[in-house]
Design a protein around this ligand. Structure first.
Ligand code: DLZ
Length: 158
């Protein structure tokens, strides 16, 4: 009973986290590299500015967003990794490729998160145009990589 109460009180705590000893993997898709590099840099800078040590940030590149799921799994299965951030950019084309990739990566990342009981963050842009992507990768609408990093940190507080 005592331990159940402890777990409940922990669960209801405000999720403020000391991340100074936490380890993060960032999995980066090479497709639309200009965008994904900007997202990666945003995520990394945000982790650092919130107290994550540089040596505790690990990067793994994958060819495209479709491969983010397996990249996330490779990272999540490492015991020392506390959270995984997936970075990608899928731009709407004229075929159904877009839908297949977006659906697959969203489901794949969710599956990895639940399988390993770790935060696996969806830092994937799904815009209609490259300009819309750039607007969200350090442009006029901010940097979604920053938001992905903040989400990872918040999730470690649970
Ligand atoms: C093939 C493809 C296409 C057409 N577009 C994108 C894209 O906009 N963003 C992205 O991250 N990846 C794209 N890819 C590559 C796929 O994600 C994947 O790498 C290949 O289908 C091989 O599995």
């Amino acid at each position: 009973m005592a331990s159940a109460e402890k777990n409940l009180s922990q669960f209801s705590q405000k999720n403020v986290t000391d991340v100074s000893e936490k380890r993060f993997a960032i999995v980066v898709s090479e497709w639309n590299e200009e965008v994904t590099e900007a997202l990666y840099n945003g995520a990394k800078e945000t982790l650092l500015s919130n107290g994550v040590k540089p040596e505790n940030i690990y990067r793994k590149d994958v060819p495209g967003s479709f491969e983010l799921s397996i990249g996330a799994q490779w990272a999540a299965q490492v015991d020392e990794i506390d959270a995984v951030i997936c970075i990608g950019c899928v731009i709407q084309g004229e075929t159904k490729h877009f839908d297949f990739i977006c659906d697959a990566v969203a489901q794949g990342i969710t599956n990895v998160s639940l399988k390993y009981n770790k935060p696996v963050i969806f830092g994937v842009l799904t815009p209609n145009t490259q300009q819309q992507a750039l607007d969200r990768a350090g442009g006029k609408y901010g940097n979604k990589g920053d938001e992905a990093a903040i989400t990872a940190i918040k999730m470690l507080g649970f």
